[in-house]
Design a protein around this ligand. Sequence first.
Ligand code: HAX
Length: 442
Amino acid sequence: MDLLKRRFKEQADILALEIKEIIKEHGETVIEQTKLAQIYQGMRGITALVTETSLLDSQEGIEFRRKTIHELRDKLPKVKGGSEPLPAGLVYLMLTGEMPTADDVEHLSSVLQRRSHIPLYVFDTMRALPKETHPMTMFVVGVMALQGESHFANRYAAGDLPKSEYWEATFEDALDLIARIPHIAAYVYRRKYKHGRAIQPDGLLDWAGNFAHMLGYDDEEFKELMRLYMVINADHEGGNVSAHTTHLVGSALSDPYLSYASGMNGLAGPLHGLANQEVIKWIYDMQEHLNTKEPSSDQIAEYVKKTLASGKVVPGYGHAVLRQTDPRFAVQMDFGKKHMPDDPFVNIIWRIYETVPPILQSLGKIKNPWPNVDAHSGALLMHYGMVEHEYYTVLFAVSRALGVLSSLCWDRALNMPLERPKSVTTAAVKRWLNKEVEKLGD
Ligand code: HAX
């Protein structure tokens, strides 16, 4: 058995036993009470899921296996001479809980490289779509076209998949998908924006470097950006729409292709992963409205107020859980200060950062006036010439695959059951409030 797979299974067996003990000893312990408002308001703050790969602290931001974004950037192995973390290292960390060595990462990179082949019919399927199709739709169609290759689905259908091996088939699918997704995503970009001229992979490059290459960006700095981008967007604990959807669909034993594609349809929403494209659109509109390419802080403030007055949100600001500047924003700002301190568009992002929080704070209702990850990413991409902002969510989707698919391996290894929370009607709520029934939902 492959080293990583064996290590994962050893860790999973230990954790499965610990969980069994926790449930046996403490299964009846009440952890918190749910308020009526919470079930009407997006279940905010209800602790209802277990996700092993990462944990979000409202002040400190995301931690992957107790390592902050800053620690990951510092400690994960890098390419020779590089300073950004290698995403394959993060996959290793999420799957095993251990910081990988350079050799571990090299080994996983070569495994991914070997598994990266995409059958031609997948490209044909994507090509059959009109060119105007949104890149996220093309991407998900590409992923779905590959579903027939699922080890899990095929073994299950053949009656050759005992419960004890669910994890293994999931693990195989997860690694296959992680290996192949960059090719699908790069093809979407080349088909939509570069006259369909696909670029062949370069087997000597790391996973993210090769993705940059297949997109058509061979600048080493852009490859470094992709390494950083793929790491910071990979996971954000389990309750966000893309992670939760992948987990939920997976809980029906839908295979990783089906589960991941479902999660990515959620990522495509404007309140989630589409926000990075919305940020750029919003800045373009601002430049046009103010008739200047370099708006001052006062002009930005005027436009923010106009946005709010028209009942719209300021994209890239606010978060359902975070209550501070997103550290993923901070590391991108750091990357910008290092590589492009004078880029005028990037400087607008920094001016918006100085201007927006006090205005949002003054509304009195917003819980987090600070920027999230999406406020910065587009401007860095634009610096290197990737101006097709409709495509940005696909980059996010490639990164998010690392987290949600690692999590799915844990779900299957820990035998997580079908997810099925209870829902109620407002009529049932009223009956309960009027004391007509004893229990909400009766
Ligand atoms: N601009 C204007 N108003 C905002 C706002 C923003 N950026 N963020 C929140 N608000 C408003 C909400 O719309 C809500 O108003 P109403 O009571 O009138 O409905 C009020 O402030 C309270 O909202 P909240 O509790 O602070 O925030 P939510 O948990 O409801 O929503 C969102 C979190 C991320 C959806 C929200 O902040 C938002 O819409 N932000 C802009 C879009 C965005 O950047 N999304 C990306 C988030 C990160 C992510 O998932 N990336 O993938």
